[in-house]
Structures are given as C-alpha cells and as structure tokens.
Design a protein around this ligand. Structure first.
Ligand code: SF4
Ligand code: SF4
Length: 187
C-alpha cells in the first residue's frame, strides 16, 4: 500500500472515531456561530503537506490560483497579527463560504478539532482536551464524557511520516496550511 493510501485510511479511521463521539454527544458543526477554519493551526508532517498538494493539483488551474492568492493574503495577515503579539484569526484560504475546498485532503487537525479528546505522550503523560465551546456546553455536568483518544492516530502518523521520508533527513515542519499551499513540499 502506498503511503498516501495508508494516510487516507488513517484519515478515515479518524473520521469514524470522531463520528462515534459526535453521535454520542449529538454534536455537530451545523449552524455553529463560530467557524474553526479561521483558527491559527500549524501542521507538522511532510506527508500531509505532500498529500495536500496532491489534492490541490487535482483542482482546475483557476481554483488553484484562487486558493494560492488567498494563501498569500492569509500569510501576510498572520505576519501582521504576530508582529503585534496577537494570535492570528484569519479564514483558511480553501474555505469557500463555509465549505472546505480540499475536504478529502484536509489535515489531521481539521479532522480532530472540536470533539473532547485525550492524548498520551510517549512518556506516559496524559493530556485532556475539553473540545470546542459547543462541545463544552454539551458535556457540562456529564459524569461520563465521550472522548476521542488521539494517541493511536498520532502514533500512526509518526510512523507513516517516517516511512514517507525514508532515509531523507529533514527539519521538522511547522507551517500553516496557507504556507503549505505557497510552497511545494520538497521532493
Ligand atoms: S468544531 Fe465546534 S466551534 Fe468549531 S465549527 Fe464545529 S461546533 Fe463550531
Ligand atoms: S482545510 Fe478545510 S477544514 Fe481545514 S481549515 Fe481549511 S477549510 Fe477548514
């Protein structure tokens, strides 16, 4: 199986696990007054970066140009906000009026954000994430909060990234999606 196919399988597993938590909580993004696609997220794998580019390259050239023009504006806005000591809040360049223009190729955090979650680090330390404000409203007062355990997804992502890079040694990625759209991943 190619690494891209393995990544697509991993994404499908994440979606299924997310859906199970969402169903138990009767949680959905439908009608939410917020939109998390304007959150400032940085991403960390060459594999996801390359997969995002695969999705981008499947789009008509005009659509790619629109997304890249928006990406340039987004990066400029990030710099302005960061230079003022603020956390950027800028709509993702591939968000088309609330719809994700690269839905099949969207990144890990796009798929996990929102639901209550936990993550156990290799040193055994366990972290809890309460979920977005809407989830927190739904879980308030619950004694048994359904939680998405991110650990196995992160572990698999690390393994796939290692397989993807093989013998190539690279500095760690720390890029926004907008930055990823403006630069081809190194071959
Ligand atoms: S994850 Fe939560 S805050 Fe974000 S859009 Fe969905 S419901 Fe709204
Ligand atoms: S890639 Fe899609 S889901 Fe992720 S932030 Fe952008 S528009 Fe939202």
């Amino acid at each position: 199986m190619s690494t891209f196919a393995a990544l697509a399988d991993l994404y499908a597993e994440m979606e299924s696990a997310y859906e199970q938590v969402a169903v138990r909580l009767a949680f959905s993004c439908e009608g939410c007054p917020d939109n998390c696609c304007d959150s400032y997220f940085q991403h960390h794998t060459y594999l996801e970066w390359a997969y995002l580019w695969q999705g981008l390259s499947e789009l008509p050239a005009e659509r790619q140009a629109v997304y890249q023009a928006r990406a340039r504006e987004a990066v400029a806005s990030y710099r302005t906000a960061l230079s003022q000591g603020e956390r950027p809040q800028v709509m993702c360049p591939v968000n088309d009026h609330g719809r994700c223009g690269l839905y099949r190729h969207r990144l890990l955090i796009c798929r996990l954000h929102g639901a209550p979650a936990s993550l156990t680090s290799p040193n055994g330390q366990r972290r809890q994430f309460p979920g977005c404000f809407r989830c927190q409203e739904l879980t308030q007062g619950l004694s048994d909060v359904p939680t998405l355990d991110r650990t196995r997804f992160f572990k698999t992502m690390v393994r796939l990234e290692q397989e993807f890079l093989g013998a190539r040694s690279r500095p760690r990625v720390k890029m926004t999606l907008a930055e990823m759209l403006l630069e081809r991943p190194p071959g």
